[in-house]
Write a protein that binds this ligand. Structure first.
Ligand SMILES: Cc1ncc(COP(=O)(O)O)c(C=O)c1O
Length: 384
């Protein structure tokens, strides 16, 4: 397996900054805003109240599981019991534990690309085989039924979806989910639907494949978390909701692995779900304005195509024409050039299984975003 490209790029940018370079990191997958005050206060209150021990049960505080069930019902129209929820150290852990519970050596996991690469590496770590399917940019990077049917073999065990998507920012429309769910329901394939960017949609609405087919729901794990919607990346809380048997294996793996995620963070997460939600509305408006700005400016660059994505907080411009028209060899080389020349850290599309693209995260304060865009414009201008 490979190390996470985004984590590695962000670490490299941080190292250059320590050496005194004015690097702007457009590589991190996290909101730049602080965790909302009410959530921070709930964390402090949890410490003061002595909630500083292991969580019992290890799979998560019952009060948080109940709050998650209410959230899934309210926002997604999904009905779960607290016993079907496992709370983990971020969404990343529940995805990993779900893969560990399911995948045996040689089992295939169908992964539409561009993809959050941890999916592929976690599958490989369990001896599974990632079957990466390139989706069409003209179809907003959504898998279609023909591609799905062509990818299914008797070894197919799992498929992982991510909408809104990291890195493309695109979302699956409800009708596409329906056609995909109907095909998958006829197979034995399990589904992980990673909905961690659910709250960041600027055009269209969030839809979950989990609502589309009752039979498929029995093999579907819904993944979500607090990192993005509540700007809580460092608190490390994520969760999965799914069929009892799969969840019991996930809980067992977590109990032998990390025991539980931070008890204090779990108390803060209850406040996140049950307290005021206006911080999300504020972040969404802020990010939408930034998306509009960066997408239009990058799209205006020669050799770069950057339609505004529907959601998340990334743009994923197509730089294939720029590569073919200049001495830049590929997207990896281009990101190296941007780091050297413009002190901009961005992640090559190859890191998401789709070369020829670059992912820029736009969670930067307005003046830094403006400065970053200007530097990218200048650096790309010099290539001509
Ligand atoms: C698609 C996707 N899933 C999961 C995660 C992991 O989030 P967490 O911080 O909850 O582990 C990320 C983080 O970047 C992500 O982009």
């Amino acid at each position: 397996m490979e190390a996470s490209v985004t984590v590695a790029t962000t670490a490299k940018a941080a190292e250059l900054r320590r050496q005194g370079e004015d690097v702007i990191a457009m590589s991190a997958g996290e909101p730049d805003v602080d965790t909302p005050e009410n959530i921070k206060r709930a964390g402090v209150a949890a410490i003061e109240a002595g909630h500083t021990k292991y969580t019992s049960p290890a799979s998560g505080l019952i009060e948080l599981k109940e709050a998650i069930c209410r959230k899934l019902d309210r926002d997604n129209g999904l009905s779960y019991e607290p016993g079907q929820i496992v709370i983990t150290c971020g969404a990343k852990q529940v995805i990993f534990d779900a893969i560990a519970a399911l995948i045996n050596p040689g089992d295939e996991a169908i992964l539409p690309a561009p993809l959050y690469v941890s999916y592929a590496d976690q599958v490989k770590l369990m001896g599974g085989v990632p079957v990466i399917i390139q989706t069409d940019p003209a179809d907003r990077f959504c898998l279609n039924v023909d591609q799905l049917e062509a990818a299914i073999t008797e070894r197919s065990k799992l498929i992982i979806f991510n909408s809104p998507s990291n890195p493309t920012g695109e979302i699956y429309p409800a009708e596409r989910w329906q056609s995909i769910a109907d095909v998958l329901a006829e197979t034995g394939i399990h589904v992980i639907t990673d909905e961690i960017y659910e709250k960041f949609i600027y055009d269209g609405e969030h839809a979950s494949i989990a609502t589309k087919n009752e039979r498929l729901l029995e093999r579907t794990l819904v993944v979500n978390g607090f990192s993005k919607a509540y700007a809580m990346t460092g608190w490390r809380v994520g969760y999965g909701a799914g069929p009892s048997e799969w969840m019991s294996h996930i809980a067992k793996i977590q109990s032998q692995e990390t025991t539980n995620t931070c008890t204090i963070s779990q108390h803060a997460a209850i406040e996140a779900l049950e307290g005021p939600q206006d911080s999300i509305t504020g972040m969404r408006a802020l990010f939408q304005a930034r998306r509009d700005l960066i997408a239009s400016r990058l799209d205006a660059l020669p050799g770069v195509s950057c339609p505004a994505p529907a959601g998340a907080f990334y743009v994923f411009p197509d730089v294939r024409e720029l590569i073919s028209d200049t001495k830049i060899e590929d997207d990896v080389y281009l990101c190296g050039y941007l780091l050297d020349e413009a002190k901009i850290a961005a992640v090559p599309g190859a890191g998401f299984g789709t070369p020829g693209y670059v992912r820029f995260s736009y969670t930067l304060a307005d003046d830094r975003l403006e400065e970053a865009i200007r530097r990218v414009e200048d650096a790309i201008g010099k290539l001509r």
